[in-house]
Write a protein that binds this ligand. Sequence first.
Ligand code: GTP
Ligand code: SPV
Ligand code: MN
Length: 594
Amino acid sequence: MMTNNKYVQEWIKEMAELTQPDNIVWIDGSDEQTEALRKKGVEEGCLEKLNEELLPGCYLHRTAINDVARVEGRTFICTGKKEDAGNINNWMDPKECYDKLGKLFRGSMKGQTMYVIPYSMGVVGSDFAKIGIELTDSVYVVLNMLIMTRAGKSVADALPDDASDFVKGLHARADLDENNRYICHFPEDNTIWSVNSGYGGNVLLGKKCFALRIASYLGRKEGWMAEHMLILGIESPDGEVKYVCAAFPSACGKTNLAMLIPPEFYRNKGYKVWCVGDDIAWLRIGKDGRLWAVNPENGFFGVAPGTNEHSNPNALASTRKNTIFTNVALNTDNNTVWWEGLDNNPPEHCINWKGEPWVPSMYNKADKINTSAAHPNSRFTAPAKNCPCVSKEFDSITGVPISAIIFGGRRAKTAPLVYQSTSWRNGTFVGSIMASETTAAASGAIGVVRRDPMAMRPFVGYDMGDYWAHWLEMGKKIPNPPKIFHVNWFRTDDEGHFIWPGFGDNMRVLMWILARCEGKVDAVETPVGFVPKAEDIETEGLDVSLDTIKELLTIDRKSWSEDIENIKEFYKQVGDRVPAELYEELAALEERLK
Ligand code: GTP
Ligand code: SPV
Ligand code: MN
């Protein structure tokens, strides 16, 4: 045991009695132990060592073919009262769930090792940080957690002997039976149980399970916020850095925006962008009355397809050493990795994400999942410190002060390139009505528009109406709140092509947002909020006409009015805890659209 904490000791004893591993190994975070586990992973066949010269310290892992994304339908919030989990979450009675999953866990680690991973979300020992312990039978999970979190002996040492509030995570792959796959959260017990999966978001329990579902519950209780947001800093030529957070649903561009390289026009002037986080933000009110954010993670679990030298060179550079790749393609000629959108040269000899030989002629756009070399939700797990643009505030214990919060989604129509809400309350409303086309990051249909409030639909650990009320409450408590915006990089023309170039050019929109925060630029008032005057979006060095910008900024009253009906239905579905203020906002929007 690495700790004298008797709550930890008793819990581990109980879980070991349940799962019956042959032995128990504490993860200390040392290079020696990590290296030994990598070797073990290779021997056991769960990892393949990649080309040491081209990709030093890098490994490839393939998950089971039926286990490649988060499973929202099998994710549960287990609160004593069903109402507290809300209508949007799946709910199970805690006792029933412990019993049901207990049967699946029973004896599941026979013949195997149980790894004990003490980890901290946030800088170890800082005010923001919270400690979890994950028990798992998977070497892959251990190695990922060592990248994604601050883990090891220093965390066990930081846990007081009398602390009982650490998050207890139990994970077993069991037999990977998808019909018995469960990702269950017990926010009232600080507990997470995950069984029968080996895919990232289902099993790296510090990430979505703790840092969003459990943390959002804690945040409401303790007066802070846990959000599905990137955090980035924009440094102006005089050296001042302004920070923004942005919430986009899964696979809708957070990693890309967080690491963007400014267009040449801005680079020449001396602008720089720094990445503080690419997926999760924990936000607290600072002594100065502003909202401050930290990224509780220590690495990036990023989408591989589409990542390339042009779209996101910083992400690509982050993956060139000490990275674990999951479900990408293996180039067998030189033992490196490949994925769709890395370059235009798919390897001649290659093993696809399913572990089968693959040749480029197999690819069929109509059936991407089955015919692509890499799975559309294939991922890289890379240490944050690998990132060329990682912020010098990355390890800051106070976090960074936030000037703007940006919501966004994938909308082929309706949502304009950017608009600004009129207040925190109106901004909360804008977040609550967010919608986006579904992606491969979760199992199920792709490309269907669904409401995904604050990009948190799959991640709020309690009732969605209460969550919105918490947003409104926070707004009343923050003396100097960030301004709230909405963006859409994904508007398409009649042929289905993206109109806006996106990626690095999104900086042009961020610059308008910052100018608004500083009161330096006017805007046009519309029924939905403030939109830029087309000429205020910088187009220097961009092959986009003023007319196209105007088109991107139009508010189509007809499609917005149609949306209103859908929003009403969604609010009804969320239920009777939707705050009255949001119904007032909705009525006012409907009125303005007439
Ligand atoms: P999660 O890790 O699932 O939370 O995803 P994410 O929000 O970090 O998304 P990510 O940045 O990985 O982008 C997902 C996909 O969107 C990739 O295929 C990108 O190429 C694409 N994408 C990102 N930014 C843009 C953009 O500005 N325009 C367009 N057209 N596509 C983009
Ligand atoms: C997401 O789906 O939003 C992710 C990947 O960031 S996962 O960790 O699998 O949830
Ligand atoms: Mn995410």
